[in-house]
Design a protein around this ligand. Structure first.
Ligand code: MG
Length: 366
């Protein structure tokens, strides 16, 4: 007797140290060495895009300034990204995915959700599909990926991170609640460092702690996303895998450990953020006509200012200059600034396929 499938089968695939792995694959000299793909450590605005696992041992992380990376590991090899190559590899990976399903939601060049509730080849087991995909990526591209398998996007994504690199982790329906209870709050979708801090001050450290709050309390404290926390901590995430999501804006922001009070410091941070945004836009082949500056002050008051152009822009110089002009009109001399962000929107008609947003806030990585 045929029965309805009670659960969806969702896989999250994430390439391991993607850019750095591609560089190590293509350049034998780089293998086994600390490789940092991204901006130059000499200039002011260089940012780490991806660090090889050898470099991560020194504490180097994505989105860190290249200068800081060099301080942590002076012998690191800094490599400029080759986006054209990464895009090509990414297309090949998508082609592998498509052998199994058309329900593919890319989050970036190296990461995607797959819904394989009904896979094209009739494999049936999502774990087996994940194994086969990993194997194909290894054989055809000589790269490794990690996979998380579960019944929803949130848990699949967390799972893919557990046995990295070259990992495969399945978290089944009966294991989800326990798993969520033990999960530290920082791991929750959309919880950035500021929200995590706030949660900890409230004595909320794990999923189990979050579970003690009612939906209303969560919404009161954390806004709209609170309702999502309420569901997710109970293992419920009904968001579908969306093959064609539209990107409306793309940006990056940074919250500072201490308030910025001098224009010089503000400019320096804007340079860095602009670099990150420009690189992300480049990666997604996006240009936009509107540049928005976001400022949050030490009293948590927040403002945004924007400027629109006749032509679409994405280069770091334009972003920095625009952000600085917008900043200048806000009397920054008298301000104590806690957060700065730059985003680009108004993309118009472009072939847009990818985005990497999380509920509540945008990832500042690219
Ligand atoms: Mg990755």
């Amino acid at each position: 007797m045929p029965s309805a499938t009670p659960y969806r089968k969702i896989i999250h695939i994430d390439m391991d140290a993607f850019y750095a792995s591609v560089e190590q694959r293509d350049e034998p000299e780089y293998r086994g060495k600390p490789i940092v793909v991204g901006g130059s450590p000499e200039g002011r605005g260089g940012v780490v895009a991806t660090a090889s696992y050898e470099a991560r041992k020194f504490g180097i992380r994505s989105a860190m300034s290249a200068k800081q990376a060099k301080q942590l590991c002076p012998q690191a090899i800094f490599v400029r990204p080759r986006f054209a190559v990464y895009k090509e590899v990414s297309q090949h990976i998508r082609e592998i995915f498509r052998r199994y399903t058309d329900l593919i939601e890319p989050l970036s060049l190296d990461e995607a959700y797959l819904d394989v509730t009904e896979d094209k080849l009739g494999v049936g087991s999502a774990i087996e599909v994940a194994k086969q995909i990993k194997q194909a990526i290894q054989e055809e591209l000589n790269l490794t990926a990690s996979a998380g398998v579960s019944i929803n996007k949130f848990v699949a994504k967390i799972a893919s991170d557990i046995n990295k690199p070259d990992g495969l982790k399945f978290i089944g329906p009966s294991a989800i609640e326990k798993f969520m209870e033990n999960l530290p709050v920082e791991k929750f979708f959309g919880v950035g460092k500021v929200t995590a801090e706030k949660m900890k001050k409230m004595g909320l450290h794990t999923g189990a702690d979050l579970k003690t709050l009612t939906e209303q309390e969560l919404t009161q404290h954390f806004g709209k996303v609170g309702g999502f926390y309420y569901q997710i901590v109970r293992g419920i995430d009904n968001r579908p895998v969306q093959p064609h999501r539209e990107t409306k804006s793309m940006g990056a922001e940074d919250t500072f450990a201490y308030d910025l009070t001098t224009t010089e410091d503000m400019h320096e941070e804007l340079d860095k953020i602009a670099q990150t945004v420009a690189a992300r836009l480049d990666r997604y082949q996006l240009k936009g006509r509107t540049v928005t500056l976001k400022i949050k002050y030490s009293d948590f008051k927040q403002i945004t200012r924007n400027q629109s152009f006749n032509h679409p822009v994405r280069d770091a110089d334009t972003l920095t200059q625009t952000a600085k002009q917008l900043l200048a009109a806000t009397n920054p001399e008298d301000a104590r600034i806690r957060l700065l962000g730059i985003s680009v929107s108004n993309f118009g008609e472009q072939p847009i396929k990818e985005k990497k947003t999380v509920i509540g806030e945008q990832l500042s990585l690219f």
